[in-house]
Design a protein around this ligand. Sequence first.
Ligand code: CUA
Length: 271
Amino acid sequence: MDKINPIEKFVIFGAIGASAIHLALIAFAAFQLNITVADCVDDLESFQTPALIKHDDKRYEVHYVARMWAFEPRVLKVPVGSTVDIFLTSVDVNHGFHIAGTNVNVTAIPNIVGNATVTFAHPGTYHLVCHEYCGVGHQDMGGFIEVSDEIDEAEGDNLFLQDPANLIANRAARQLDSPAADPAYQLLVSKGCTACHTVDGTQLVGPSFKGIYGSQREFQDGTQLVVDTAYLKESISYPDKKVVSGYSIPMPALPINDDELTQIVKYLEKL
Ligand code: CUA
């Protein structure tokens, strides 16, 4: 033991040296650059509902919720020059979240809130992309942020816009303002419907529910009908009986009881 092989000595001191540099870099990042380990979020639930908060004309905060296979809010409109604080979580599996044309790249992880800040100096449409494989709908999972000075909230832009005072002082009121707060919508989410169908008119793997009631449908066998209550009930209970033409991925039959079926159909009728 009294004679240590010089190579061994080099390895031992090399390892100690590398560890010391590593610890010094962590200390430097924490104390000089203020980059610290993430804190615990004490109110995870408030990030599991999609929301857009306008702090002032050029400062927004958005709570993105990722689920198979959509980001909500899917569409966001902010004025040119806005800075947007992004908070992101997932309610099912891991998803990637990249805003094309920016350096925002966050992973959406269940029970974790990711965060990034971005300033949109130029007008345009910025696409959201899921870049983590998350199932059969992965390639269609996206959305966009429209940066323009023509925003008309009265015309239905920014559906998820919340008043910050509401958000902080009255979460119940905030949730009532949001389409996501409707118990029937929550039922759709819990049954997995929103993985393939939206309520805002966007096309996913399946047809959107928006305006479905009273609309004309054409099926793969060439038949047509106008959507009524009986059709809605049938297509939820027996999805493969009539498949709307142009849609190829079969919908699984869902375990659903009569009460839930009635509640969902009532909700779809008024969309
Ligand atoms: Cu979500 Cu891929």
